[in-house]
Design a protein around this ligand. Structure first.
Ligand SMILES: O=C(O)CCC(=O)C(=O)O
Ligand SMILES: [Fe+2]
Length: 339
């Protein structure tokens, strides 16, 4: 495998050809579209999201520019991240954006059956120069589960040139047709895989607002590091599946609700429309329990690595202690760190 980045293949010419979309998805394990989402609507979303992120921005700058105060660096798992993230999470437009017909209609063409966005929407608010916390190489199935025909749609909320750290993937990697062995890592999801078995280059692009990358649950992907001096990277990664396929229970809860007990009532409090509130409740979605084995294995590995002095593992354990000092994980972490 080479370290050289290659350009994603654009599939806009197939947008009105569902069969061709499905064929290319089956062959390459992704579809990339330029300006699939409406830039005007996304700029509005960006403005509203960054307004909520003001505690992280350099005072006196225009929030729209997303200029980060790097002394505020934090990420998923940190209490300070949850506080700001969950304010962003309450925005009605943020949830609506996953239901916009341009994206939902496109994924529905790919799936070919009645399709639903997962209630558990996801945004990533990524600090600059925080390289250890870049999203590691993984398959989404370990995090979102349910079934292998779940699709992720990743869109930056703003332009996202390579140095801002957009998504990269290995074309064809979904053909492994199994869940790979994921190990502890820092970065979103805290799990990563080796890519030795894939003889293919990482593919990415200089994303512009509206561009969207869609891929199934087994495609191997990662984020590139945010090397910018001071810019936050803001992006959406939402998931879609056929209504008749199994969905994991946790995808019907707000993202990171376990860190703050955020409930849908809290999310909905200031919404103007009722249309998307509990929209999945009356649909016949076969729902299955979350499989905790992937994250539990990762945590056990972090405990072992911390014993050998691994700094990333120690950081991970300290976060668990900060979040909830009385949780079983925090207790195990305290024992190891006290060694
Ligand atoms: O945006 C990121 O850094 C992570 C996104 C991701 O892994 C995903 O969309 O599944
Ligand atoms: Fe992912």
């Amino acid at each position: 495998m080479t370290d050289q980045l290659k350009e994603l293949r654009e599939s806009n010419n197939l947008l009105n050809k569902p069969e061709a979309l499905r064929e290319r998805m089956a062959e390459e394990g992704y579809l990339f579209f330029r300006q699939l989402l409406n830039p005007e609507k996304l700029w509005d979303l960006r403005r509203q999201m960054l307004h909520k992120m003001k505690p992280w921005l350099v005072k006196g700058t225009d929030p729209f520019d997303g200029i980060a105060d790097v002394t505020k660096q934090c990420t998923e798992g940190d209490l300070g991240y949850t506080d700001v993230y969950h304010e962003v999470y309450k925005l009605e437009i943020f949830h609506e954006s996953a239901h916009w017909p341009e994206i939902l209609g496109t994924v529905e063409k790919i799936i070919g059956r009645p399709t639903i966005p997962h209630p558990h929407k996801v945004a990533r608010l990524w600090f600059p120069k925080y390289l250890d916390h870049t999203t590691p190489t993984h398959q989404d199935f370990v995090h979102f589960q349910g079934n292998f025909n779940t699709y992720t749609a990743w869109s930056p909320v703003g332009n996202c040139p390579i140095e801002l750290g957009g998504l990269a993937l290995l074309p064809g990697s979904h053909k492994v047709n199994r869940v790979l062995d994921h190990k502890f890592s820092l970065g979103a999801g805290s799990l990563c895989v080796d890519t030795d078995e894939f003889n293919v280059a990482w593919h990415t692009t200089n994303y512009e607002i509206g561009d969207t990358l869609i891929f199934p649950a087994l495609t191997v992907h990662k984020a590139l590091p945010n090397y910018t001096e001071d810019k936050l990277r803001v992006s959406l990664d939402n998931r879609y599946q056929a209504i008749e396929d199994t969905m994991s229970e946790h995808m019907q809860m707000p993202h990171l609700h376990g860190f703050s007990n955020l409930q849908w009532e809290d999310v909905y409090r200031d919404w103007k429309s009722d249309e998307l509130k509990y929209y999945w409740k009356n649909l016949p979605i076969p729902t299955i329990p979350q499989d905790m084995s992937f994250s539990e294995k990762g945590f056990r590995e972090a405990l072992e690595l911390a014993k050998t002095g691994n700094e990333h593992a120690k950081l991970h354990l300290n976060r668990a202690i900060q979040r909830d000092p009385n949780s079983p994980q925090a207790k195990a972490a305290k024992e190891v760190l006290a060694l």
